[in-house]
Every structure is written in structure tokens, then in C-alpha cells.
Design a protein around this ligand. Structure first.
Ligand SMILES: [Zn+2]
Length: 226
């Protein structure tokens, strides 16, 4: 794993805290039910004893699902962080409706995912909010202190994105899971195109929304076996 990346497991959802110049950027925010835990870990990470206190200046959402966006409102209000995401998922978080812009019958859904959705879906304490920044394909993130760009990777949702660093780290959200029995593909055609798109990019390590980071060669080995 590259230097300057900390994984925070917020109730089974990976949030990635990344050093960005003098401040921090967080990719995804986890379940709202684990808010106190996230708050504690973040405070420790950005206010190290003996060091100048830092800021969480930006949150990037890989997509709008409540298990990833569950603490955005809190981080906006308590940390002053701006929230950036793709426009095509924005009404999910504005309305608290995870079915927005998705098919009524997704192309692929696992049983486990159904259970998770039932448990944490519409009835969770999801705080709706309006994103501050809309991200799009190819957008350079250097003005936020990240040597990285945005890759639009629809499939799990229309507005799913990845963040690809110059070192070849790809934060891929829920396009690819490293977690058995937990899959949701809204649009299989988009999904396949997104997977093809990865092949043209310089990627070393995949950082999924669920499960441990893994090398992309492992991923292709698995895909080719199927
Ligand atoms: Zn997820």
C-alpha cells in the first residue's frame, strides 16, 4: 500500500484517509451508525500531538449509497469538509433515495446485499445533503492536493467514480468488491465497459469499498477464470 493512505473500516465500509499537501482528503464516509468511531479516528489522525493541527478539507464519494455517504452531512458541519461526487448520484444523497437513477430491477444483486440494504436503507439515520463539488471523468484533483484524477466507472450506480493516483492506486468504490457474497450491479453493460476501461489504465493496487486492497493482477486472474 502506498504511503500516506490510512484505511478506516467504518462498519464494513472502507474509508480512505489520504494526506493531501498539508491537509487531508477522505474517500467515502461509512455508515451513519458508526459515526462516533469515525469521528474519533479522524480527530486522532488529523490532530497528532506535537504537530500543527490539520484539516479535513475534502470528502470524495465513490458513489451515493448510504453506507458510503452516511457521514457526509456530519463531516460538512463539524469538520468544514467540502463534499465532492459525480452529478449522476447526487439526488441519491439529496433525497436520501438510493434507488434514484437506478434500474427498478438491477442486473445483478446478491442475497447478502439485499439484507444489508434492508437493514441500512431508507430507515437509517441518513442525513441528506447537497454536494459542494461535482466531479467528472478525467478531472485532475491536484487543486485539492492530490496527484490523482477522477475515472467515471458506472455499473454499480450511474455516478460511480474511481480515484486513480499517479502511483497507480485506484480507489474503486463498489465497482469491484473484495468480499464474498456482496454484490450489486445495477447496469451490467455499464459495468463491463467500466471493467474494460480499467485495462487501459496504469493501475497497481485496487482499494475497494468493501474488503482488503489487492493487486490488479490478482483481479484479472480471477476474472479470467470465470
Ligand atoms: Zn458499498
Amino acid at each position: 500500500m502506498s504511503k500516506g493512505i490510512e484505511i478506516i473500516d467504518v462498519g464494513g465500509v472502507n474509508c480512505y484517509l489520504i494526506e493531501a499537501d498539508d491537509d487531508f482528503v477522505l474517500i467515502d464516509t461509512g455508515f451513519s451508525t458508526k459515526r462516533m468511531f469515525l469521528d474519533e479516528v479522524l480527530k486522532k489522525a488529523i490532530n497528532k500531538p506535537g504537530e500543527v493541527p490539520k484539516k479535513l478539507k475534502l470528502v470524495i464519494l465513490t458513489h451515493g449509497d448510504s453506507d458510503h455517504a452516511g457521514n457526509c452531512k456530519f463531516l460538512k458541519e463539524n469538520y468544514g469538509a467540502k463534499i465532492a461526487m459525480h452529478f449522476e448520484d447526487s439526488k441519491m444523497v439529496e433525497n436520501g433515495d438510493m434507488s434514484w437513477n437506478r434500474k427498478s430491477k438491477p442486473d445483478k444483486i446478491s442475497f447478502t446485499f439485499r439484507l444489508v440494504t434492508l437493514a441500512f436503507g431508507k430507515n437509517s439515520a441518513f442525513g441528506t445533503f447537497k454536494p459542494d463539488i461535482y466531479l467528472q471523468e478525467g478531472q485532475n484533483l491536484s487543486k485539492f492536493g492530490l496527484s490523482a484524477k477522477v475515472i467515471h466507472l458506472p455499473g454499480h450506480s450511474k455516478g460511480s467514480i474511481g480515484v486513480l493516483t499517479n502511483e497507480g492506486d485506484l480507489f474503486c468504490g463498489d465497482l469491484i468488491y473484495n468480499f464474498a457474497g456482496f454484490k450489486y450491479i445495477d447496469n451490467l453493460e455499464d459495468f463491463n465497459k467500466s471493467i474494460d476501461k480499467l485495462k487501459k489504465l496504469d493501475i497497481n493496487i485496487l482499494y475497494p469499498g468493501h474488503g482488503k486492497p489487492f493487486s490488479i493482477s490478482n483481479f484479472y486472474r480471477k476474472v479470467n477464470k470465470k
